[in-house]
Structure formats: structure tokens, C-alpha cells
Design a protein. Structure first.
Length: 317
């Protein structure tokens, strides 16, 4: 669990990397804000993602089944198809690993090379042993850095919005060609709209804490296959407009969370009522058995007649 203080110590933000969950303490109050990516994840991406997953399955079958002069038994084909069903998970995890490694090396490059703490030759020697796609991603990032005057201000900055109650972590803030901005690395195949919403959320939280809204943001896609970059500049006004979209998604997230909590409470209450009802019925049965054991025709030794009232309750006559 990583913990740091924001807003001059007013806010304690804790982050659990394994579960990607945040916890916030403000005075005595404890909050569990959603992450920025959890909120933007509400955007429907099922169309392209479904096709991508299907492509991964087809490719896996093609690579293993359509092999010249190969024979397959039915059981082997069944096993292959089962493996192919979840191939997309492996590819997704692999892509995430490539992105994480590229981010880490580019952070190190900015911390040590750009500040003169280490020589470029040492850095190049270290990257030589990297997996090719990671190496090409790093090369793409260095090419972009070389085309701009970049002065890193804060790398891997965590943010939290007191006003809107969300948290996140951005790649870095920096002065790029004299402008105060956010720089965000991406290693996917495309620049998706949700990335802009993410950056807008970061910008709003930075403004809330620092009182300074970024002049804009650089969204840089690193080509892990080509070693080239694709860069997009998003101006401050566009970020403010994009935040309207993010805040709308946040409203949906909060509504859905509240609705699901309400349903859970209703189900819990319903189960409690069922247990209470079953308990009453069991209690009535026990009393009835005691009556039969203690005297004929429902009379105990003291002459008190006990009858079963509706609902399983015992009453005296």
C-alpha cells in the first residue's frame, strides 16, 4: 500500500497497486474514490474489443491447427479451442507488460539522462537487453523527447479531486517548449477518445490542488512495432470541454454505485425477514411438541390448555 499526502497534508491518499484501488482520508473521514480509468471504463468499447478478441482467437487457432502435414485427434482440437477462447487475456496482459516496461525506462531516462546524472551510452547499453517491442517503444519516446525542450516537473504524479471524489496517477507534468502541461505515454495501436477524458480529469484535479490549470497536454503514442511516435497536442480549452464528458460519466458511476448498494440492502433485508419468519415457525413447532409430551389433549399438569395460534405462536386459554 502506497501512501502520500496531498493538498499540503490535508489529504492522505493510499493506493493498492495489485487491486488498483484508492483510499482517501480527510480528517476523520474515510473515502474510497473510483480511479479515473474506472470512470472512463464506462464508455462502451464492446464493438471494437469484441472484434479484437475474436481476431485473437482466430489467429491462435490458425497458428496451431492449420499446420501442414499435421493430424489432430478430436480431444486435441477440443483442448486447442478451449485455449483459444482465452487467448485475448494473454495478449492483453502481454501488451500491458510492454507498456509498463517502456514507461519505467522512459521515466528513468527523464530522471537521470535529461538531468545529467547518467550518460546516454549507459542507458542505451541497458536497453539493449530489452524485448524488441519494449525497446522500440522506448526508442519512440526518446525520439519525441528529442524534438522538444522538455523539463520534467513531476513524474508519476498521483492526483485526487476533493470536489468530485476521484483519484488517479498520470505519467508526468512538465514544461514542454515553455508550456506547463501533462505528458501521457500510450503504447496501444490507437489513440482512443477515453484517453482525452482521462487527461482532462487529471488537469481538473491538478488545478484544484495547485490552482493552476495546465496549458494543455501531449498525448504520445509509442509505436512498439515501428519505433516511431504519434503525438497529439490537446489545448487547455479542449481539456475543459472534455472534463464535462468525464464528469457526466462520473455521475453515471455514482448513480450506479448508489443503486447497487440500495439493491444489496434490500436483498439483505429480505433475507433477514425470511430468517425471522423461519425462526418463528420453528419455535411454534417446538412448543407444540412440548405440549403433546406434557399431557393428553393439550393440557399440562397445571390444567392450562395450550393452543397453536396462527403464525405458529402459542396461546393459553
Amino acid at each position: 500500500m502506497e501512501t502520500l499526502e496531498l493538498y499540503g497534508g490535508k489529504v492522505r491518499l493510499s493506493f493498492e497497486p495489485g487491486k488498483h484501488k484508492y483510499r482517501v482520508q480527510i480528517g476523520e473521514e474515510i473515502l474510497k474514490p473510483p480511479s479515473v480509468t474506472t470512470v472512463t471504463g464506462l464508455l462502451d468499447k464492446s464493438g471494437p474489443l469484441t472484434q479484437w478478441a475474436a481476431n485473437q482467437t482466430a489467429q491462435y487457432v490458425r497458428e496451431h491447427l492449420l499446420v501442414e502435414n499435421s493430424t489432430w485427434e478430436l480431444s486435441q482440437i477440443e483442448r486447442l479451442l478451449e485455449e483459444a477462447r482465452f487467448r485475448f487475456r494473454e495478449v492483453k496482459a502481454e501488451a500491458a507488460s510492454i507498456g509498463s516496461q517502456a514507461h519505467a525506462f522512459l521515466e528513468d531516462y527523464q530522471r537521470t539522462i535529461l538531468t545529467g546524472q547518467r550518460s546516454l551510452s549507459d542507458f542505451i547499453e541497458e536497453t539493449a537487453s530489452l524485448e524488441e517491442r519494449v525497446k522500440r517503444s522506448v526508442e519512440a519516446g526518446i525520439k519525441w523527447l528529442g524534438k522538444h525542450n522538455v523539463k520534467p516537473l513531476m513524474i508519476e504524479r498521483s492526483i485526487y479531486s476533493i470536489r468530485f471524489n476521484y483519484a488517479g496517477r498520470l505519467d508526468k507534468t512538465a514544461e514542454v517548449d515553455g508550456k506547463y502541461c501533462i505528458v501521457d505515454w500510450k503504447t496501444g495501436k490507437e489513440i482512443y477518445e477515453e484517453f482525452i477524458l482521462q487527461i482532462a480529469a487529471y488537469a481538473e484535479a491538478i488545478d484544484e490542488e495547485d490552482g493552476r490549470f495546465p496549458e494543455g497536454a501531449w498525448l504520445v503514442r509509442l509505436g512498439k512495432e515501428t519505433g516511431e511516435f504519434e503525438a497529439h497536442w490537446i489545448g487547455g480549452e479542449d481539456l475543459r470541454k472534455a472534463f464535462i464528458g468525464f464528469s457526466s460519466l462520473l455521475d453515471v458511476y455514482n448513480w450506479r454505485k448508489g443503486w447497487r448498494e440500495k439493491l444489496r440492502e434490500e436483498k439483505k433485508d429480505a433475507k433477514s425477514q425470511v430468517r425471522a419468519s423461519e425462526g418463528g415457525e420453528r419455535g411454534g413447532c417446538v412448543v407444540g411438541e412440548m405440549v403433546r409430551d406434557r399431557g393428553e389433549e393439550g393440557r399440562d399438569s397445571g390444567g392450562l390448555e395450550v393452543q397453536m395460534a396462527p403464525g405458529g405462536e402459542a396461546s393459553g386459554a
